[in-house]
Design a binder for this molecule. Structure first.
Ligand code: TA6
Length: 279
């Protein structure tokens, strides 16, 4: 079942319910902010203090960072993580192949507003597949006559039972840029979270696992060889207006990205797709 809904303050989203799972996707940013497999706890984290307001990114779920990841390379006045997550997308297709799965296709195209921020003609599509697995396919099409470069991230916020007991498996021996120290380092073994962490891993394998007390979450990727790991820890989460003080204890970002050396150059008429599958 696919239902168009609005929050009390009129923020539009779509609710998906089938026999395997339920999910919610905001039209702003095509932002999936809830996913729960049948009879299980939500897989994704959503801040209790998240805004559901125009031009403010929802804190949690899977924001789409596009057409640049992080700060804009040259213009500090441009929005962090690009404009896709705060733009109003269009729901162009819905499909319910059976009672166990649901597919939605969202689209964002260049407009006078986007051209002011990023002078390229594009079509951006997000296909969301909700079943016992959650799959997002983000496709960038270059509709202009010149190449352009994008960096991006499917910025997944995972709900965790207790940050002190989780670990990430699969990034052993991967090099990473440590955004806190600005150094390039190499990961040794699994990743445990004992302080603020903000790292962009490169040459990342297509299979990562988040081990939580109650479950292991599989993260599969295609079209991406970089991954971002982020937890704001105590001080930063206390400073964030859309997170409660101890929110850091129950969330961990493992983002499927095309970031830093994995930025993508797309030729005229060409396209690039990055995929994440979570289960
Ligand atoms: O997840 C990586 C990161 O770039 C962090 O540095 C942190 O800023 C996070 O994204 C959240 O960014 P946001 O703009 O959503 O507050």
């Amino acid at each position: 079942m696919i239902t168009h809904k609005k929050t009390k303050n009129g923020f539009a989203y779509i609710e998906i319910v089938n026999k395997n799972a339920c999910a919610r996707v905001a039209l702003q940013g095509a932002h999936l902010f809830h996913y729960r497999q049948q009879d299980k706890n939500p897989l994704l984290w959503l801040s209790e203090k998240s805004f559901f307001e125009n031009d403010k990114a929802i804190r949690g779920g899977i924001p789409i960072c596009w057409p640049w990841f992080g700060k804009h390379k040259t213009d500090p006045d441009l929005p962090q993580h690009g404009f896709a997550r705060t733009s109003l997308w269009t729901l162009v297709e819905t499909e319910e192949p059976d009672e166990f799965s649901t597919e939605l296709l969202f689209q964002l195209e260049n407009s006078p507003d986007t051209l002011k921020l990023w002078p390229h003609q594009f079509k951006l599509q997000l296909r969301v597949m909700v079943s016992s697995t959650l799959q997002l396919n983000l496709t960038t099409k270059n509709c202009s006559t010149e190449s352009f470069e994008i960096s991006s991230a499917l910025h997944s916020y995972f709900a965790v039972h207790d940050i002190d007991t989780v670990f990430i498996e699969g990034l052993d021996n991967c090099s990473y840029f440590d955004a806190l120290t600005k150094e390039i380092k190499t990961q040794k073994g699994n990743i445990y979270i004992r302080e603020e962490i903000d790292r962009v891993y490169q040459n990342v394998p297509p299979r990562l696992t988040l081990h939580d007390q109650e479950r292991s979450v599989q993260i599969r990727s295609q079209g991406s060889s970089s991954a971002v790991v982020w937890n704001p820890w105590i001080e930063k989460s206390a400073r964030m207006g859309d997170m409660i003080q101890d929110a850091y204890k129950n969330m961990l970002c493992i983002e499927t990205a095309n970031a830093l050396t994995d930025a993508q150059n797309i030729g005229p008429g060409d396209d690039h797709t990055v995929i994440v599958i979570i289960f």
